[in-house]
Design a protein around this ligand. Sequence first.
Ligand SMILES: Nc1ncnc2c1ncn2[C@@H]1O[C@H](COP(=O)(O)OP(=O)(O)OP(=O)(O)O)[C@@H](O)[C@H]1O
Ligand SMILES: [Mg+2]
Length: 352
Amino acid sequence: MATVSLHHVAKIFGAFNAVQDLSLEIADCEFLVLLGPSGCGKTTTMRMIAGLEDPTAGDILIDGARVNDRPARDRDLAMVFQNYGLYPHMTVAQNIGYPLKVRGLPRAERETRVKAAAARVELSSLLDRRPAELSGGQRQRVALARAVVRTPRLFLMDEPLSNLDAKLRTSMRAQLKHLQRDLATTTIYVTHDQTEAMTLADRIVVMKDGRIQQSGTPAEIYARPGNIFVAGFVGSPPMNLLAGTVSDGRFSHDAGSMVLAGHSGPVVLGVRPEDVSVVGADEGDLRGRVYSSELLGDSVLLGITVGNDLVNVKVGPEGGRAIGSEIAIRLNPAKLHVFHHDTGLRLAEAGQ
Ligand SMILES: Nc1ncnc2c1ncn2[C@@H]1O[C@H](COP(=O)(O)OP(=O)(O)OP(=O)(O)O)[C@@H](O)[C@H]1O
Ligand SMILES: [Mg+2]
């Protein structure tokens, strides 16, 4: 069990700022997810916590002790690397059991633990293979089994499910969450998949260009994204973002207007696909034309051209529409998000 603190941590490669002024407190037993697009500095942050990369500036503390100068092997953590990091000359069983061997556990106990860890990730039949004889998803599971074969102070996981097929990924996701609760081990988990972040995290830290954009529970990040980037990154399909102007309590867009109190001037209005309804052509706030209509099973996703924007609308399974039909949309006034047009920052709701 461990707490982790990052104080103004930065990493510069040559002249490139990969991570900038990153400060973060991770609580004991917390499942923290670093979420962000490719290249935003997630792996670099993990490698600094692991001790595989030296920070250019700032301090890293584990359980309150500064570890900047402590080598990786003395930090008592288990890391699942994005590229697996398996030993090619060892079998699956030897790879999984390696952390136990270097700690000097007796052979019999090692074998028992390796079998249990392999069973957790459905690898029991592959224990004698070498990494070169495995698929990407199988290698990823070996790396996971190697991490959970013992109970370190801290788990660091870098996209550990990215190479699994959809079915295995969903089942491994549930298992990982369960396992983390069972072992009560502080976990830092990196992903660019917002669904994975939403389902696994106690808390999500959204990153972009080496900087933290927002930190909060999945529900907070979803309900109150702090800026346009987070609004567009979290949610599937993402939040609709419509640029327009507010004057005299009305938001005006090329395709119509609607009441919007408490703001004035140019803004970006955000609304999630499930908070938009489709109404008759003469009834709604904004006029549009159906561009696409996709049945997803339990719902229909409509793409609606509204002025120069394409608005995604999620409706019930019977809500399909003919492509090309003229309709109007109504935005749920209780579920609107308003952002500053230039800074992209969330603006306070009226009355707050
Ligand atoms: N050793 C290095 N030398 C120079 N630049 C590097 C090095 N390692 C990473 N970078 C750069 O730093 C930035 C952050 O890289 P990082 O691997 O942390 O991204 P990431 O968020 O993990 O992305 P991905 O989701 O693609 O894995 C990238 O622009 C990358 O090109
Ligand atoms: Mg990475």
